[in-house]
Design a protein around this ligand. Structure first.
Ligand code: PA5
Length: 406
């Protein structure tokens, strides 16, 4: 794996990390055993259905020819991975723009998107594992009506793509009735671990990204010989820092293209670990922006957090400063100086820190990152002795909301 993890500034004693290694080994073995529920994502990058991927790529090409705007309708694990990858990777010229609906219940947000829909060739991609989520069902109903109004029933049917449970649920029933093109969410993979299934891959491929390279990157991470050291160390460090009262993980990024990736991480970590009164609270910090606001708190405030620094080593664009005291320097030089400055200043203040060096923000390394965080998240949750794959708290909210509606 090319991604490198450095826990040397975690303020932990190496002996404490080493003592937890046996437990982490056991947890990793359980993940790979194939006997645990919802671990279908573990071997997926090596064992995915190649034929299904080819048909998914053919469908994504068709979407590219059909529309200028692809509206992806879904919430939580049914959209965060796709949004993360589409925003992190460089834009592909000529590919449809992808926008998201059903990610909130704001009428203003959806009305604006409807207005935009009137000016462009549009397709819809509806994603829901359960097929019953309120936000998704509401948005699908609104956008489907507009699609039918614009194109008529028969043409609208050809512009709706569905990803849902292979057998059950309201969406699957509608697919059977209307004949929409559909893909399945594998039943042994939960929403927040599903980005490398059709849930993430169809919208990401439609946006023009190289999903085969993402899967190759994930396979390289899965089969990496560094795995035993780096990933386990990060998982163990997260667990030990929580024991020491560091209840917040401030995930820092210096490249705004990673904003939605960090939102994806927040769901992955928060839903997997936050149960039975334990778990780290994942928080995103956009730097250098937040250094000029929350930076004061980080340096001298209540030290209930540790920092995980996502450091992209090689940027794909750069700009030279033409004049003034910084003339001749480039923005990337300054950004690198900011990374170093933060590490120096914060480790000087004894803030525990884990540094993750990412060679480049491309599809291959994004695949590595996704797989790396999925595994470290599951390992940390198992060290915390909670189930990384259920979300009873989310279900509770969904149930209560449905009672209010009916
Ligand atoms: O991770 C999860 O399970 C949740 O965040 C779900 O993805 C989210 O609630 C959406 O559920 P569904 O795909 O069933 O519409």
């Amino acid at each position: 794996m090319d991604i490198k993890i450095d826990v040397s500034r975690s303020c932990l004693v190496q002996g404490d990390i080493d003592r937890k290694r046996e437990k982490a080994d056991e947890a990793l073995e359980r993940l790979w055993s194939g006997k645990e529920d919802f671990t279908g994502w573990v071997k997926l990058p090596m064992e995915y259905d190649k034929q299904e991927l080819e048909s998914l790529l053919a469908v994504s090409d068709a979407i590219g020819l059909q529309c200028e705007l692809l509206i992806v309708i879904g919430i939580g694990g049914s959209y965060l991975g796709a949004k993360a990858a589409i925003e992190a990777l460089p834009k592909e010229p000529g590919a449809p723009e992808v926008k998201f609906a059903g990610t909130n219940l704001s009428a203003a947000y959806h009305a604006q998107l409807l207005e935009e829909m009137g000016r462009k060739e549009v397709c819809l991609c509806v994603i829901s594992k359960s097929g019953t989520t309120v936000e998704t069902a509401a948005a699908f109903s609104i956008f489907k009506k507009e699609l039918i109004r614009t194109y008529g029933e028969a043409e609208a049917r050809k512009r709706i793509y569905v990803i849902t449970d292979p057998e059950k649920g309201a969406l699957r029933e509608e697919v059977e009735k209307e004949g929409y093109i559909s893909f399945s969410v594998p039943s042994d993979i939960g929403g927040r671990y599903s980005v490398l299934t059709p849930v993430g891959l169809l919208p990401i491929a439609a946006a023009g990204a190289d999903v085969k390279a993402m899967l190759d990157g994930a396979a390289a991470a899965a089969l990496s010989t560094d795995w035993d050291f780096d990933a386990k160390d990060y998982a163990i460090a997260r667990y030990l820092l929580l024991q020491k009262g560091k209840v917040i993980e401030g995930i820092q990024y210096f490249e705004p293209r990673l904003k939605s990736f960090v939102s994806w991480m927040k769901q992955l970590y928060g839903e997997s670990e936050g149960k039975n009164g334990t778990g780290l609270f994942p928080s995103g910090l956009e730097l250098t922006t937040d250094l000029h606001s929350i930076g004061q708190f980080l340096q001298q405030g209540n030290q209930v957090f540790f920092e995980t620094v996502l450091n992209v080593m090689e940027a794909d664009v750069d700009l030279t400063i033409p004049s003034g005291p910084l003339a001749g320097k480039t923005l990337n030089q300054l950004n690198k100086a900011a990374v170093k400055g933060v590490i120096q200043a914060h480790s000087g203040a004894q803030i525990p820190m884990v540094r993750i060096d990412i060679p480049k923000l491309d599809a291959y390394h994004l695949g590595q990152l996704i797989y790396f965080f999925e595994t470290t998240c599951a390992l940390t949750a198992m060290l915390m002795e909670v189930n990384p794959f259920d979300q009873p708290g989310v279900e509770a909210y969904k149930k209560e909301m449905k009672k209010e509606i009916s």
